[in-house]
Design a protein around this ligand. Structure first.
Ligand code: DBH
Length: 198
């Protein structure tokens, strides 16, 4: 009897230990969308065109794992119904990958949902909010997706050029930290030429 309890106790202890080793730190919670700033008087026509992704920060990102990630580009094209076709262009190994999504305008200018969500297995909801932009130099965009009942969020710093001023980069870092993210969640990409030029 006593031996039995001892065995049970040791087994439970072992299980707890394994669990502690397996589990990653808890995810930083997404702010409610209503708390995420929105670019006032958003102009969808001016926002069109090619943006370089200069950096990303989010609760699913860790600097260590993203070390030396390549810069990619997102090209926004307005359709007649004022949705955007967004083409991501990225270098994967030695090949250029293109990936098209649709952002459908929502109740407020600058706020979008992902079109055709059922096409993306595992995605339950997806929102995009243009937090700040001056259209001709930089943009800070907030993305939130729910996948497998978990809410992930990220913010991307876009540039019309591959370099941005230290002030704009700092503004992005400050914004990320206002979302409870830490330096470890903020990644700046390696500028490249392949695929994203031209
Ligand atoms: O677009 C995404 O894949 C995405 C959006 C919000 C993402 O990878 C994330 C948060 O971590």
């Amino acid at each position: 009897m006593t031996l039995g309890l001892l065995c049970l106790g040791l087994t439970l202890l072992g299980a707890l230990q394994t669990q502690a080793q397996d589990s990653s730190p808890p995810l930083i919670q997404s702010p409610p969308l209503s708390k995420v700033p929105l670019q006032p008087d958003f102009k969808d026509e001016q926002f069109q065109g090619k943006w370089y992704a200069i950096g990303v920060a989010g609760n699913g990102f860790q600097k260590e794992k993203e070390r030396q990630s390549n810069m990619y580009s997102d090209t926004y094209e307005l359709k007649d119904d004022h949705s955007y076709n967004v083409t991501a262009t990225l270098l994967r190994g030695q090949v250029c990958d293109h990936w098209i999504r649709t952002f459908v305008p929502s109740d407020q200018p600058g706020h979008f949902t992902l079109g055709n969500v059922p096409r993306y297995r595992a995605i339950q909801s997806y929102f995009v909010r243009v937090t700040a932009t001056n259209y001709n130099q930089f943009a800070i965009v907030f993305f939130q997706k729910m996948s497998r009942n978990t809410v992930y969020f990220k913010t991307v710093l876009y540039g019309r050029t591959k370099e941005l001023s230290p002030e704009v980069r700092q503004r992005f870092v400050d914004f990320a930290k206002s979302l409870s993210l830490t330096d470890d969640n903020i990644v700046f990409f390696e500028p490249i030429e392949k695929c994203i030029d031209g």
